[in-house]
Every structure is written in structure tokens, then in C-alpha cells.
Design a protein around this ligand. Structure first.
Ligand code: FE2
Ligand code: FE2
Length: 211
């Protein structure tokens, strides 16, 4: 499973090579900068590069959100009959969101609740939103891209995910950042980065799908 995921992730860097790939290379570069915390610009110069990756957990999640948003834009730009291209984009969306919801549910959400108990309702609502998204991903996996329901299902999925991301980023992640502080967020970032390769490839294997 890990090998398949690694291959799929490499491929997920871009449908046609473009901004998603550039974004990904930038991310890898900045993670190598010692002192980079995800807040503002790196404290150290690029000369101080170390092999050790430093990544802030909330920055990591927001980067995932950006990757998915880029795929959504590519999907929206694809022609009505571009079934092969749309199938490829949808598969990448399924892969990215399955991994993302999994690391949030396994690592970030429980840690957020513990550090900032007032976020409990937001976390519970987010899990319900994941539930809906994961079932839609599972349906999209088996739906022919030429089926008349395919674009409609992708469109509702995109609406749901955009709404969910906006709530995470604007309504409660800032509260979690304040409660956790830099060291804890870095620790979580490292845990989530490492856990990505262990995420399931199947949307319904993410815990909230079965709740
Ligand atoms: Fe989420
Ligand atoms: Fe998220």
C-alpha cells in the first residue's frame, strides 16, 4: 500500500506539470530551511539549510488545501467532453482528500480538541463534513467520467470541500494555533508528514466514513 501511495503521490504533483508541481517543489525547498516555521519568512537564510525538515502542522494542512484547490480549478477548466482528463483529476482529488482527512482525524483533530477544548463543536462538525465528502469520493471512484452525474457530483463535492476548508482556516485553526504554540505545531507537522504514507487508499477506510 505504501508503495502504491508513494507512486500516486509523485504523480499527484501535477496533471500537466504545472503550478501544482511548482508549488510542491517550493514547499520541499522551504521545508529544508532551518528556522522555517510557516509563519512569515524563514528566520534563517537559505545558506543555513539542513537535511532536517521543519514543518508547522497548520501550514502543512493549508498546503494540502491549496493542492486540492488547484486540482478543482483544473477540473473546472477542463472541457465538457474531456472525460479522460477529468477522470485523472478526480483520482488525484480522491487520493489527496483521503490522505488529508485521515491525517486530520488521526492526528490533528484529537490534538486540537485537547489543546483548545472550545473547538470541540467545530471538530465534531468537521468530522460530519468529512463523512459526507468521503462517501462522495467513494461514489466518484466507481462512477464513469462520461456519466451525466459525474460533473454534478464533482461540483457538489467541490462546494462541500471549499466550505469545509474555509471554516477550518478562518473559524477555528487560528484558535488552535494560539493554544498550541510553535513547538507543538511543529511536532504535529512532523507526525502528519510521516503518517501520510500510511494513509489508506480507500476513502471509506477513513474513520469518519463509518460513523
Ligand atoms: Fe478537514
Ligand atoms: Fe483540512
Amino acid at each position: 500500500m505504501a508503495k502504491v501511495r508513494t507512486a500516486r503521490r509523485a504523480e499527484a504533483d501535477g496533471v500537466d506539470g504545472s503550478p501544482v508541481l511548482a508549488n510542491s517543489l517550493f514547499r520541499r525547498a522551504i521545508r529544508g530551511w532551518a528556522g522555517y516555521t510557516g509563519v512569515g519568512w524563514p528566520a534563517a537564510s537559505p545558506d543555513a539549510m539542513t537535511p532536517e525538515a521543519v514543518v508547522d502542522g497548520i501550514v502543512l494542512l493549508k498546503e494540502d488545501h491549496k493542492t486540492v484547490e488547484k486540482l478543482f480549478k483544473q477540473f473546472e477548466k477542463a472541457g465538457e467532453d474531456a472525460h479522460v482528463e477529468k477522470r485523472k483529476i478526480a483520482d488525484k482529488v480522491i487520493d489527496e482528500l483521503t490522505t488529508h482527512t485521515w491525517i486530520e482525524e488521526k492526528i490533528f483533530y484529537p490534538a486540537a480538541r485537547e489543546a483548545a477544548p472550545d473547538t470541540k463543536d467545530h471538530v465534531l462538525e468537521s468530522i460530519e463534513e468529512h463523512h459526507v465528502v468521503l462517501w462522495m469520493l467513494s461514489e466518484l471512484k466507481d462512477l464513469d467520467a462520461a456519466d451525466e452525474r459525474f460533473d454534478a457530483k464533482m461540483s457538489v463535492l467541490m462546494e462541500n470541500v471549499r466550505h469545509h476548508v474555509e471554516e477550518e482556516e478562518k473559524e477555528w485553526f487560528p484558535e488552535v494555533r494560539k493554544a498550541m504554540g510553535r513547538n507543538r505545531l511543529t511536532e504535529l507537522g512532523e507526525q502528519m508528514e510521516a503518517a501520510k504514507n500510511k494513509a489508506p487508499g480507500e476513502p471509506l477506510a477513513v474513520p469518519s466514513a463509518k460513523h
